[in-house]
Structures are given as C-alpha cells and as structure tokens.
Design a protein around this ligand. Structure first.
Ligand SMILES: [Zn+2]
Length: 392
C-alpha cells in the first residue's frame, strides 16, 4: 500500500460508510477506480462484513486497490482491511478521541499486522453541524478569521512534530464549503507529511483546486451515495491511461546494469540470460535471474525470483514504492506477478515481440504503473543472442 507522500502523485480516496453505502450501485470498473477506498463512519455498521463484501466486489473488477479503515471508534476496527488511518482528533480536546479509542483498539490492531498510518484528524468548520461533531462532542476550527486559520496551521505543525504520518483536513460529511485552497496551501507550506483533504468536495473542479493547493489525497464521500454515476469524472482526473510510458531517469541505466549482472549469472549457469533487480528508495530490495533449468521449473523467471526476494526484504507482499528493472520485456506470467505485487514502475531493456506481455497481456500491470522501455536495450539483447549463438 502506498499512502505515504510521493512527489507529484495525487490520489483519490472514496470514503464509504458501511451503514449507508450501496456497493451494488457503485460503478467500479477497471477504468473507473479511485486509488484507495476508505471505510468508516461516525456511528458504526458491521465493518468486517462490509470490507469482505467490498473485497469481493473489487475482485470482480480485478482490482487490488487498498482498503483503508477510517474508523469512527475502536469498534470499527477489522483486520480484514489493508491499513488503518489511526486517527487522533487534534482539533478537539476530548481525550476519548485524542487517545482513548486508540487504547481500546491498540491490542487488536497490533496483533493484526495491518499497516497503521498515524493520522492527525483536524476538523474545520464547513458550515454544517456534522455527525463527527456530535459524536465527539468537539467544535471544528474556524477557517473564517485570522486567528482560526493560525490555529489550523499550528495544529498541523504540532501533528507533524508529534510524528503523525498524515494530516487529514476535514470539512465534514455534507459540508457546505470544502476546506479552502488557501488553508490547504498554508498547511502544505508548513508541513511535509501526506496531506489528506475531505468534506464537501462535489465537483472535479473542487478536487483539482485541492490538488493544486497541495493536497496529496482528496477524499470524496457521501455525495456518491446519491450520485454514483459521477464517480467516473473524478477517477479520470487521477487515472492516467494504463501504464503510461515515461522517459528513462538518470539512475535507470545504473540499475539496468545491475540487472545485466544478474543476467550474466544466468548465462554462467547456462540459463537464458535474463536478470532483474527491484529498487525502492534508491536501494536494491530484491534481485533474481532466470533459473528455469536449474530448478526444473518453468515459473522460475528472473522477475519472480526478484519479487519473492523483495517481499522477504520488506516483510510485505505488496511493493507499491518499488521499481522493477528487467533486462527483457516481461512475459504475461511475470507481468501478472508484477501487477499482483502492485509494483508502480517497470523498466525493461530489450523488447520481446514473441513472448512479451505487451502482445498478450497489456493490462496486466497495476492500472497506474508506469513503464519505461529500451534502457540498455542493445546490451540486453546482445546477451540473449550470445546465449543462443552458443547453443548452435
Ligand atoms: Zn516471465
């Protein structure tokens, strides 16, 4: 799961309330998907059953997007989700929502191993009384005068100093006015953690304004309970065409050379020389080369070896921050594995018109994955040719 801050990466979260959302009415499809689904409400509902039903719905559209809890209280925790916004209501001074519910749910969350995102939850007056205000018995911060704005910014700064990994500016479900771009911008300038903005965002223009002001994640919610057909317009803003090709970066050659070193190892073992490395935050977290002969296993491709190694390094099966470098265009099997691992960028060297995924499974990667091809293509191809020349 990728919820951390990522340069120029704007994400859309759809908030579903288990008590209100009609999963059958949501037009989720491969080309109409948010980046995350937040699940929660201020009162309750059977979160476990809802997450299961949601997961089933998503599996039909073959989506692996993350389901993240946005709990109104400790009872809404379920280990069935992928992650949880561990919300602390910093805009109010009710200890129950600053830390009380956290203690009640701590052991269950700890034992579940789901991803925990420590999040400062900051309520900002959106012109209506919200259920969150009633339930938590707190007042939102006032965005309409200088003192109030300063308090909002200072609360956000305090959140980062406390170690929160995300700041959630919330105008409230059904807000008349969303959090203003000026406030988003001011918070963005003073903090560097993931900035989530929600409440009262009903048009793609409002969403775009929040992104332009510095929001990393925009949350859209109960508007779609009555207007599910409009979801597509929002998804299209963050959803570029599948697997956008992007030009190589300066470090791509360096990592492709390391993938070539892996390919050389395969060659030495008399295997078809294909090599792969997986990189996250500038570090290699997995490497592998083709081992189909050695292991007598047709699935022992370089990418599969590297994905397994990377998952072991990180201790999690999803690799959304990672870039995979492979010397030859992945086959459909490996492209499928890359998709399942949610790898967000794929760089390959030589094309493989006969066996490559672009011919047989062009949509196998995660819908937002970016692909760069042709890096050191000649060297990658020459290595393969040397192998087959030696066989003749
Ligand atoms: Zn393969």
């Amino acid at each position: 799961m990728k919820i951390g801050k990522c340069e120029n990466n704007k994400s859309l979260a759809l908030l579903l309330d288990p008590e209100k959302a009609d999963l059958n009415a949501l037009p989720l499809s491969a080309d109409c998907l948010p980046d995350f689904i937040f699940v929660g409400g201020s009162t309750g509902g059977d979160t476990t059953a809802f997450v299961r039903a949601l997961r089933e719905k998503l599996s039909i559209v073959n989506s692996q997007l993350s389901i993240i809890l946005f709990p109104g209280n400790a009872a809404q925790f379920t280990p069935e989700a992928d992650g949880i916004l561990y919300l602390s209501l910093l805009s109010g001074n009710n200890p129950e929502y600053l830390v009380g519910q956290h203690i009640k749910s701590a052991r269950a969350i700890h034992d579940s191993h789901i991803e925990v995102i420590p999040t400062a939850y900051i309520l900002i007056d959106g012109g209506v009384e919200t259920s969150t205000m009633r339930v938590t018995n707190t007042r939102p911060l006032n965005p309409n005068n200088a003192e109030g704005v300063q308090t909002i910014i200072d609360t956000a700064i305090a959140a980062e100093l406390m170690g929160k990994k995300a700041i959630y500016l919330e105008a409230g479900s059904g807000a008349k006015t969303p959090v203003s771009p000026d406030i988003i911008r001011a918070v963005r300038e003073q903090t560097s953690v993931t900035l989530i903005v929600g409440g009262g965002i009903r048009t793609p223009d409002a969403m775009q304004a929040a992104y332009s002001a510095g929001a990393d994640i925009v949350v859209i919610g109960n508007h779609f309970e009555s207007h599910p057909e409009e979801l597509r317009d929002f998804c299209q803003i963050t959803q570029s065409s599948p697997n956008t090709p992007i030009p190589p970066s300066s470090s791509d050659e360096r990592f492709m050379r390391l993938a070539l070193c892996e390919a050389e190892k395969a060659l030495e073992a008399d295997e078809i020389p294909i090599g792969c490395v997986i990189v996250s935050q500038g570090q290699i977290i997995g490497r592998g080369h083709n081992l189909t002969e050695t292991l007598t296993d047709v699935t022992a491709h370089a990418e599969i070896q590297a994905i397994t190694a990377a998952a072991q390094t990180l201790g999690g099966k999803y690799l959304p921050d990672a870039t995979l470098y492979v010397t030859v265009e992945p086959c459909p099997m490996c492209a499928g594995a890359v998709g399942w691992a949610q790898i967000s960028r794929i760089v390959y060297g030589a094309p493989d018109p006969k066996r490559g995924y672009t011919t047989y499974a062009p949509r196998a990667f995660h819908p937002k994955a970016q692909v760069t091809s042709g890096v050191l293509a000649e060297e990658c191809k020459t290595l393969i040719q040397r192998f087959f020349a030696g066989k003749r």
